[in-house]
Design a protein around this ligand. Sequence first.
Ligand SMILES: Cc1ncc(COP(=O)(O)O)c(C=O)c1O
Length: 419
Amino acid sequence: MSNKRPGDFRPETLAVAYGYDPQLGMGAAKPPIFMTSTFVYPSAQHAKYVHEAYFDGTGPLVGETNHIYSRLGHPGLDFLEARLAAIDGAEDAVAYCSGMAAHSSIALAYLRSGDSVLHGRPIYGGVDFLYNTMMPQFGTHPTAYLDGTDEDGVRAAAEEAMAKGPLKLIIAETPANPTAAIVDLDLMVRIADEVGAKQGHRPLVVVDNTLLGPFSQRPISHGVDLCMTSLTKYCGGHSDLLAGGISGRKELIDQLKLQRTTWGNHLDPYTSWLVLRSMESVAVRTERAMSNARGVAEFLRDHPKVAGVTYLGFLEPGTRGRAVYDKQCKAAGSTFSFHLHGGEAEAFRMLDQLQLMKVAVSLGGSETLICHSASTTHYAVPREQRLAGGITDGTIRLSVGLEHIDDLIADLAQALEAV
Ligand SMILES: Cc1ncc(COP(=O)(O)O)c(C=O)c1O
């Protein structure tokens, strides 16, 4: 496969082997783990050329793969980033030690004091905190849009953002954590173009593709600038590692890679290997999880103690959300929320009664994880903003795993009796 171009294969095929050439590993069918912090140069002059190529992009070694020190890059990252870029259909990719490391690196790379950022709500609590609490300490201004399918609403929010300062980033998390609210990626690109024409500098459109993952939604094909994925979730897939990836145009990724050298938030060799290995089975794992999720969502929708289920597969034909889903998503995913009649007390009673499902944050693992959003993942988001994003005191997020569907439904059924 190493001689072929990524475009010759479908993403599922690229996920199995792309990015690693057995010749680099003494013929090993699977990539070795290069557990080293530093790399030896054949001569002092060669060392200088390697640094020149890395930092200035000039000299006789440009275009060659040479490593310096693992914080700057290592073979495991090369394999993983090549595979991630190929699967996402992007020119290049960069991997970090967590999804939040990827998000903060984007914020630090593209925002300066006085700049504005536009983001959706709801959005993962950590990203909400990044743009509404952390980055404002460096002088940036957040603005939120509440319905990512409402063209007039998003345009009005973009105007509001521009009034605060130059709009540099448009963040779209779709489907959004925890409610699976959908954002129209074509609309985000259109708004970025309009803003660019007005302010003379086009903001970058950044999409967080964590909840559906690279096989069910392909943001780069919609013209977005950067596609971010928490590899901790479906790509890692076993709740045993933390990692984050960003794919996009080479010039943007080059800039992020160079800055990662200084932030020091690269992905280490062992975890790079683990993610590379897990990428091989993401497509089949998510297929099974998504089929389970539909069964669980249907059970919950019909349950008298449940006030509503926000699951992409239930978007009604004829609605804006459904139109966006049809053009943008290949499948409905396996992370969604349901809202209990009642509030925190009812939710806690139900969670404490579960026998099989694990009460834990995170998603995309092989096991089913369940949590009360308001008191966990979105704890740090002020209540008023949580409610505006559709997260009530009775909202429970589910990440459906690979167990037998009958066992999952039986567990929920007996726990709901406690409500
Ligand atoms: C949508 C989304 N983006 C980003 C992150 C952050 O990823 P990580 O936990 O790998 O830092 C999360 C974590 O839950 C998430 O759900």
